[in-house]
Design a protein around this ligand. Structure first.
Ligand SMILES: C[S@@+](CC[C@H](N)C(=O)[O-])C[C@H]1O[C@@H](n2cnc3c(N)ncnc32)[C@H](O)[C@@H]1O
Length: 288
């Protein structure tokens, strides 16, 4: 559960930060050099899904993907990472792969947001596809429209404060990328790497991939069993026969399930730390 009204972290002594709800400076989203970029993006929730991410969370999965790419595909694997958030985890995987891949797609249903900056430097972040999502800053606070009702009266205060953001019609409006500066730089420098705004469920407009990685997306907090099953069907159609689907979940440990894409579904190849929590759904899927 997350509180919809948080004090800006810079005003709270570090000793107290475990006891008081704090947020990083959302204003720094507009500053592409910000060290805190991933932590700011992690506090964003669009369409019921948090964008939580951080470096070093897919050590096991990335090692397996690098091995697959080198050994199974002679370093020519096309790889898609679905649900990348700001892309820092993709950047780490690409660094580990070195030259050993032919294409890398960073895929997410949202790659940017609308941002309004008023005369006092306060910002409002919104997404035109998700009315429920909105963040607004004041001098000392960050107010979110993404927390459950149980935080009364904070939810009431946040709704009241956010409804005033209509004033922002008069403020400067811009579109900001949610991709980490390092991800943007990689995309600019390496033509094999692209960012694609795409829902897992939508048809894949590219050549099918050898390896699809899906980390911290297909879990029961965000999706019902039947929605997860639909996503698995959609992923199956995007992977070549013999290719791999890598499902990662970061709980107290990193849990990984690697599946071989067969003619009719998926079969388990490798699992680590108990494997994927949606293992049964993946293995039950049968095409047609
Ligand atoms: C919790 S974050 C995980 C980020 C990263 N994979 C990681 O493990 O650090 C989930 C991400 O999945 C994206 N996402 C959720 N559902 C999606 C869908 N149906 N298609 C594409 N992206 C989706 C969200 O926008 C969000 O950025």
């Amino acid at each position: 559960m997350r509180c919809p009204v948080k004090l800006k972290r810079k005003f709270v002594p570090s000793l107290l930060q475990s006891f008081v709800p704090t947020a990083p400076d959302i204003e720094k989203l507009v500053d592409p050099r910000s060290e805190e970029f991933s932590s700011i993006v992690s506090g964003i929730k669009i369409s019921d899904c948090w964008r939580t991410t951080s470096r070093h969370r897919h050590m096991l999965a990335d090692e397996l993907i690098v091995d697959c790419s080198r050994n199974l595909y002679d370093s020519k694997a096309a790889i898609a990472d679905f649900g990348v958030s700001d892309g820092v985890t993709s950047v780490q995987l690409i660094m580990q792969l070195g030259c050993d891949f032919s294409r890398f797609f960073m895929v997410d249903s949202n790659l940017d947001v609308l941002c309004f900056v008023d005369h006092a430097g306060r910002i409002t972040v919104q997404d035109e596809h998700s009315e429920q999502f909105s963040i607004r800053t004041s001098r000392f606070f960050v107010v979110y429209r993404n927390a459950p009702e149980s935080w009364f009266p904070f939810t009431w205060i946040s709704n009241w404060y956010l409804s005033r953001s209509l004033e922002n019609e008069r403020s400067m409006r811009m579109r900001i990328s949610l991709l980490h500066p390092e991800a943007r730089e990689l995309i600019e420098c390496d033509s094999r790497v692209t960012a694609e705004r795409l829902d897992i469920l939508t048809p894949w407009p590219f050549l099918r991939v050898n390896i699809a990685k899906v980390a911290n997306v297909l879990n029961r907090t965000y999706y019902s069993e039947s929605a997860i099953s639909n996503c698995i069907e959609s992923l199956w159609a995007k992977i070549l026969v013999g290719g791999r689907l890598v499902i990662v979940e970061n709980r107290s440990v990193e849990k990984v399930g690697v599946y071989v894409r067969t003619q009719s579904g998926f079969s388990l190849d490798v699992e680590m730390n108990g494997g994927s929590e949606i293992d049964a759904i993946v293995r039950e899927y049968q095409s047609g």
